[in-house]
Design a protein around this ligand. Structure first.
Ligand code: CO8
Length: 261
């Protein structure tokens, strides 16, 4: 792996066409402080803008993926400050990334930590992962999309049970509910996630972006508009060099070598 950058909060490495963003502030369980959010945003936006990158893996360290927004910071904040400063805006870059994002959830994913995992395209959970939206216990509600994205992922009843009680969900439950694509033994989390990321990153970048955008559009659109959106995206990929390479390779019985154009 080649080290791209490192701060107190986040380590960024590149392996082949995969960028791994590791939250490393173990002593606060990767609480999402202002500095942590800025470092995550910079890491993912830089990777997204780099044509040598085809997939991003976001993970944590120690016991936590991320234990939520920094409660010690929020404790002092007033209505005016969160509203005027648009507190949750700093999390938005994650939902704007155009290449695939995998959350490799190694431990606690609570509150904003669960929400950033849900903003990713695929969640792979360690058998030690625990998910939850405990905001109700702090006298508030989820603010990073928890009340909206979670119901689309696990349905209203399960989302309500988490959000109204603040109780946790194990990795096994998360996989059963469709929140996680897979649950693997803790020591297999990174090898499994990296293998998936590597496979994804070697596909044509334009096709990956189109696939991600089109699947994402299903959240917003009616079936008919979504089908039209898909059709147009499908047709537009016929203008790419990678479409020619992918189909030529099949016909010539060889492995495609995408040039990401
Ligand atoms: N904020 C600040 N510090 C934290 C946080 C946090 N969210 N979580 C843990 N820490 C700190 C602890 O204070 C402690 O530090 P110190 O010893 O200096 O006090 C250190 O991390 C270790 O934590 P614990 O000793 O508590 O560790 P345990 O293993 O005993 O417990 C838990 C682990 C169960 C995860 C526990 O720490 C906990 O309950 N944490 C809070 C979880 C929580 O409520 N999260 C939701 C926060 S609200 C939120 O995320 C709102 C999101 C709004 C928008 C987000 C947009 C994406």
């Amino acid at each position: 792996p080649s080290l791209i950058s490192q701060t107190d909060n986040v380590k960024v490495e590149q392996i082949g066409r995969v960028v791994v963003v590791t939250m490393v502030m173990t002593k606060t369980l990767n609480a999402l402080s202002g500095a942590m959010k800025k470092d995550i945003a910079n890491a993912v936006l830089n990777a997204d803008a780099d044509p040598s990158v085809g997939c991003i893996v976001l993970t944590g360290s120690g016991k936590a993926f991320a234990a939520g927004a920094d409660i010690k910071e929020m404790d002092k904040m007033t209505f005016q400050e969160v509203t005027m400063g648009d507190f949750v805006k700093t999390f938005e870059p994650l939902s704007k990334v155009r290449i695939p994002l995998i959350a490799a959830v190694n431990g606690f994913a609570f509150g904003g930590g669960c929400e950033i995992a849900v903003m990713c395209d695929i969640i792979i959970a360690s058998d030690k992962a625990v998910f939850g939206q405990p905001e109700i216990k702090l006298g508030v509600i989820p603010g990073g999309g928890g009340t909206q994205r979670l119901i689309r992922s696990i349905g209203k009843s399960k989302a309500m049970a988490l959000i109204l009680s603040g109780r946790n969900m194990s990795a096994e439950e998360a996989e059963k509910a469709g929140l996680a694509a897979a649950v693997v033994k803790h020591e297999e989390l990174m090898p499994y996630s990296m293998k998936l990321a590597e496979e994804i990153s070697n596909m044509g970048r334009l096709a990956l972006m189109a696939a991600k955008e089109t699947v994402g559009a299903a959240y917003e659109l009616t079936l008919k508009t979504g089908i039209d959106f898909e059709k147009n995206a499908f047709y537009s990929l016929f203008a790419t060099e990678d479409k020619k390479e992918g189909m030529d390779a099949f016909v010539q019985k060889r492995k495609a070598a995408f040039r990401h154009k």
